[in-house]
Design a protein around this ligand. Structure first.
Ligand code: NAP
Length: 314
């Protein structure tokens, strides 16, 4: 068993910013950073799955997502943050010190920062793994700029899909919105916006059933859900916007969360319903979902934690 003033669960921009700040505040954070996944050989959150990041301030020429996360991590290590490259398998926040387990190994902490992030729901196609970041994207704000003058597709029928499709018309020459039904789930005002946009073409009652391209995406197979008829859409970009899922299974019944699983934090802060447990980044934000906003809330969590710990000991 090892005890730390602060344990940070998760290692995206939120968790690693919290690690930098708590380490510099001499709180010797332990970051339980997660483990390699099928789509990434290192933990580090969603930026590990992107290619170039052009909108993170401070990098006028852009930076690759994985490189940015390595930089975050090194910066945290420089100030003494420690890392465990595993996933937390169980927690007990019912009393202090708080407890977290990685299988049989127990860690205790005076304060916890939860930054486990969220994941974009995907279509479940095998090609997604090698094409993500190479024509396949889950973030129009991040990647739209790379598709200037291209023909692209967006999958989904909710507000996110409409928002992404509308945003992408600033860059793309044509956006095909592929939805599995014949009516949109999105709010009326968003629907009107999409349906009246001359650059957006609706493809109703259809799903993407295959993606094509070895190094980069060159097209998608679209299948009519009623007839089974297949057609090839020659697009260089496919944006999947079928929803997100916060990584909060571990905290069910412990931390307050919305019906959709996002953790609830006290407005304007990172306090959860449990004193001494803080949450930051996409796990508690379904509105902005940007690396920079996640990093900002990681900083808030570190400062909230530091002040809360001071108050306990004072
Ligand atoms: P959502 O509302 O859950 O919509 C997901 C869409 O993806 C639905 O149209 C769904 O189809 C489709 N879908 C789900 N799984 C699919 C699959 N496997 N294959 C093909 N299509 C699939 O998610 P969201 O659009 O991300 O929105 C999440 C929440 O954020 C909502 O409450 C939304 O209002 C809110 N939001 C608001 C704004 C805004 O107001 N500006 C912007 C973005 C998001 P079905 O319709 O057939 O289920």
């Amino acid at each position: 068993m090892s005890h730390h003033p602060v344990i940070i669960i998760g290692s995206g921009p939120a968790g690693l910013t919290a690690a930098i700040y708590t380490a510099r505040a001499n709180l010797a954070p332990l970051v339980i950073e997660g483990e390699p996944s099928s789509t990434s050989d290192q933990p580090g959150g969603q930026l590990m799955l992107t290619t170039e990041v052009e909108n993170f301030p401070g990098f006028p020429n852009g930076i690759m997502g994985p490189e940015l996360m390595v930089n975050f991590r090194e910066q945290a290590m420089r100030f003494g943050a420690e890392f465990v490259t595993e996933k937390v398998t169980a927690i007990d926040f019912s009393e202090r010190p708080f407890r977290a387990w990685v299988r049989n190994v127990e860690y205790t902490a005076d304060a916890i920062i939860v930054s486990t992030g969220a994941q974009s729901l995907m279509l479940g196609l095998p090609e997604e793994q090698h094409l993500l970041g190479h024509g396949l994207s889950t973030c129009a704000t991040c990647d739209g700029f790379f598709f200037r003058g291209h023909e692209i597709a967006v999958v989904g029928g909710g507000d996110s899909a409409i928002e992404e499709a509308s945003f992408l018309t600033k860059f793309a020459s044509k956006v095909t919105l592929i939805h599995r039904r014949d009516s949109l789930r999105a709010s009326k005002i968003m629907q009107d916006r999409a349906l009246s946009n001359p650059k957006i073409t609706m493809h109703w009652n259809a799903t993407v059933t295959a993606l094509h391209g070895t190094d980069t995406l060159v097209g998608a197979t679209v299948t009519d859900v009623n007839t089974g008829e297949e057609s090839l859409l020659p697009v260089t970009g496919v944006f999947v916007a079928i929803g997100h899922r916060p990584n909060t299974d571990l905290f069910k019944g412990v931390l307050d969360m919305e019906d959709n699983g996002y953790l609830i934090t006290r407005p304007g802060s990172t306090y959860t319903n449990i004193d001494g447990v803080f949450a930051c980044g996409d796990v508690q934000d379904h509105t902005y979902r940007q690396a920079i906003t996640a990093a900002g809330s990681g900083c808030m969590a570190a400062i909230d934690t530091e002040r809360w710990l001071e108050a306990q000991h004072g």
